[in-house]
Write a protein that binds this ligand. Structure first.
Ligand SMILES: Nc1ncnc2c1ncn2[C@@H]1O[C@H](COP(=O)(O)OP(=O)(O)OP(=O)(O)O)[C@@H](O)[C@H]1O
Ligand SMILES: [Mg+2]
Length: 280
């Protein structure tokens, strides 16, 4: 593995256990550089979430994967479940798309973040509580929200709690699966700024999943464009946005609305796209 990468994925394929030939993710290889933000962008169903879930091996039991996944010096694609449990939440943390399904409605948010600390670290409850308050401060949640229940918070606040829970153990890699999709644009911008700020503060590596090139533009150093289970284009985010190579990337970029220009948006013409791809 190159030393400037935190994660190297080689020849990853994901398929239903009963049908190995049906590739939901089809032989993709990529790496995540240390201390940078890498975005996976692609439309619904392109295989983004499955790719993320395979890294921490939380794929549904109906699915299986082939391929090699190296995290720092260890081959995590072959780790036993007991070791994977240590890895998840400690070295690699994940923020899921919908905070309401990830937070338990019957416990306070402070307690739930406290549990994330105590599950991985041998420190006293009062030390752990101090860590939680510090993490709340990092994500812009006032300390007096410690005893609130999830449904007493706004969507943006809940997502901040999920971010606090993800970063509290100082993960080396943060995976965020469309963490802002359910939020309105102003809150979305605040959350992206927050993730950017925390990434720099803790020098984390981030894998950020989105269907929106506007988000890529806002946050990414490197981008991987996925279409139908394959990576069709990858590289420096600015370069890909300014000079896209692949017809799908071009089509996806044409769907970004801009208030500044009067450019007409064009929906993706899949028939034309398939014809162009056949010529590649
Ligand atoms: N448990 C499963 N069994 C069979 N097929 C599945 C399963 N989970 C996902 N898939 C299929 O795999 C493909 C990729 O799914 P995935 O969830 O990775 O998409 P995605 O790119 O994250 O989409 P979205 O943007 O909608 O979240 C989809 O076609 C989906 O229907
Ligand atoms: Mg998804």
């Amino acid at each position: 593995m190159k030393t400037n990468n935190i994660l190297d994925v080689s020849n990853l394929s994901i398929y239903p256990r009963h049908s190995k030939t049906l590739k939901l993710v089809d032989d993709i290889s990529f790496n995540i550089p240390k201390g940078k933000v890498t975005c996976i962008v692609g439309e619904s169903g392109s295989g983004k979430s499955l790719t993320a879930l395979s890294i921490i091996q939380l794929l549904s039991v109906q699915l299986d994967f082939d391929g090699v996944i190296d995290f720092e010096k260890s081959r995590i694609s072959q780790l036993p479940e007991s070791k994977l449990r240590d890895l998840r939440g400690l070295d690699i943390a994940m923020i899921f798309q919908d905070p309401m399904t990830s937070l338990n409605p019957v416990f306070t948010v402070g307690y739930q973040v406290l549990e994330a600390v105590l599950a991985h670290r041998k420190i006293s409850k009062s030390e752990a509580k101090n860590e939680v308050i510090k993490a709340f401060d990092d994500v812009g949640i006032p300390a007096d929200r410690y005893d609130s229940f999830p449904d007493e918070l706004s969507g943006g606040q809940r997502q901040r709690i999920m971010i606090a829970m993800a970063i509290i153990n100082n993960p080396k890699l943060l995976i965020a699966d469309e963490p802002t999709t359910a939020l309105d644009v102003t809150v979305q911008k605040q959350i992206l700024d927050l993730i950017n700020k925390l990434q720099k503060k803790f020098n984390m590596s981030v894998l950020f999943i989105t269907h929106d090139f506007g988000v890529v533009q806002e946050i990414a150093d490197q981008v991987l464009v996925m279409y139908k289970g394959k990576i069709v284009e990858s590289g420096n985010a600015k370069k890909v946005i300014n000079l896209p190579n692949h017809p799908y990337t071009k089509a996806l970029l044409n769907c970004i609305p801009s208030l500044k220009s009067s450019k007409k948006l064009s929906p993706i013409n899949y028939k034309k796209l398939d014809q162009e791809m056949a010529k590649l």
